[in-house]
Design a protein around this ligand. Structure first.
Ligand code: ZN
Length: 270
C-alpha cells in the first residue's frame, strides 16, 4: 500500500472519529466520543459502590413511593432508552439532591422528599434526571473534556521547546481537565434541555407538569430559609428557569391530558 493511501486511510479514520455524534431526544445533534457501553459499565460500577457504602433507606413505604414514580417515568421510554437496565438507589441523607449515572442509574437522597412534596413534584425531579441519561449528557460532557485535553496537547506541541517537560505538563493539565469534565455539573444548555425532556416524560407518564413550577418555587423558598439545597447548586434556578418551563406548559399539558385519557393516572402514595 502506498504511503499516500495509508495517509488517506488515517485521515478518514480521524474524520470518522471527529464526526462520531448522536442526537438527544430533542433532536439536537451532539458530539459523543466515548462509548456509551463503556460509560454504562462505569455507571454500574459506581452504583455498586454507592449501594455498598451508603446508608440506604430501609423504610418500605418510602422505597415503594419513589420506585412507583421512577417506574412510571421509565415506562414512557422507548427503544434503547427503555432497554437500559434502570436502577434506583434511595440514600438516607438529608441533602436535597438526586443525580444519575450513565446506563440508567438513578440516585435519590431522601432530603429531596422535603422539597418535592407530592408525586408530581418528585416526577419533575426524576423526569429531569432521566433526561440527562437519555440525552447522553455525561458522554457529551466527557467528550468535551477529551477535546479540551487534545487541545492542550496540541498547544504544548505548538509552544515547542522543552518537549519532555511540556508534554508532561500538558498531560497533567489534560488529566485535571478530564477529571473536571467528568465531575463538573452539566452545562446550562444541558440543564435546559433536561428540563424540557423531563417535563415531557412526566406529562406522558400522567403527572401534572404544572407541579414542576411548584417544585422550583419550593427549591427557591427552601434556599431562603436553609442553606442552598445541593440540587440547586448544581441546578442553577432563578426566574429564567421557571419562565422557560411556563413557556412549555401548553404543549406539556396537552401530553398530560392525552396520558390521562389513555388511563395513565399514577397514584404513588407516600
Ligand atoms: Zn440537571
Amino acid at each position: 500500500m502506498s504511503s499516500l493511501s495509508k495517509r488517506l486511510i488515517s485521515l478518514m479514520l480521524v474524520a470518522f472519529i471527529v464526526v462520531a455524534c448522536s442526537s438527544t431526544p430533542t433532536g439536537r445533534r451532539q458530539l459523543t466520543l466515548k462509548s456509551d457501553a463503556a460509560l454504562a459499565q462505569e455507571g454500574a460500577r459506581q452504583m455498586a459502590i454507592i449501594r455498598a457504602n451508603s446508608p440506604l433507606v430501609q423504610d418500605r413505604a418510602t422505597i415503594d413511593y419513589v420506585s412507583c414514580v421512577a417506574n412510571a417515568i421509565v415506562e414512557t421510554l422507548e427503544g434503547e432508552d427503555a432497554a437500559m437496565y434502570w436502577e434506583l438507589a434511595i440514600v438516607n441523607q438529608p441533602d436535597v439532591n438526586a443525580f444519575v449515572m450513565p446506563g440508567g442509574k438513578i440516585v435519590v437522597k431522601s432530603g429531596i422528599l422535603t422539597v418535592a412534596q407530592n408525586q408530581h413534584q418528585l416526577a419533575a425531579v426524576l423526569g429531569h434526571e432521566v433526561a440527562h441519561v437519555t440525552a447522553h449528557h455525561a458522554n457529551e460532557r466527557a467528550s468535551r473534556g477529551e477535546i479540551t485535553s487534545y487541545g492542550v496537547e496540541v498547544l504544548a506541541l505548538i509552544l515547542g521547546g522543552g518537549w519532555y517537560n511540556r508534554t508532561q505538563g500538558a498531560y497533567g493539565a489534560a488529566s485535571a481537565l478530564n477529571t473536571l469534565g467528568i465531575m463538573n455539573p452539566f452545562s446550562r444548555m444541558q440543564e435546559s434541555e433536561a428540563d424540557v425532556i423531563g417535563l415531557e416524560y412526566m406529562a406522558r407518564a400522567g403527572f401534572d407538569p404544572r407541579e414542576s413550577v411548584e417544585l422550583w418555587q419550593n427549591m427557591n423558598n427552601s434556599s431562603e430559609t436553609t442553606k442552598v439545597p445541593e440540587f440547586m447548586s448544581t441546578h442553577p434556578s432563578g426566574e429564567t428557569r421557571i419562565e422557560s418551563m411556563v413557556q412549555h406548559l401548553p404543549e406539556m399539558l396537552a401530553l398530560y391530558n392525552e396520558a390521562q385519557a389513555q388511563g395513565r393516572n399514577p397514584d404513588c402514595q407516600r
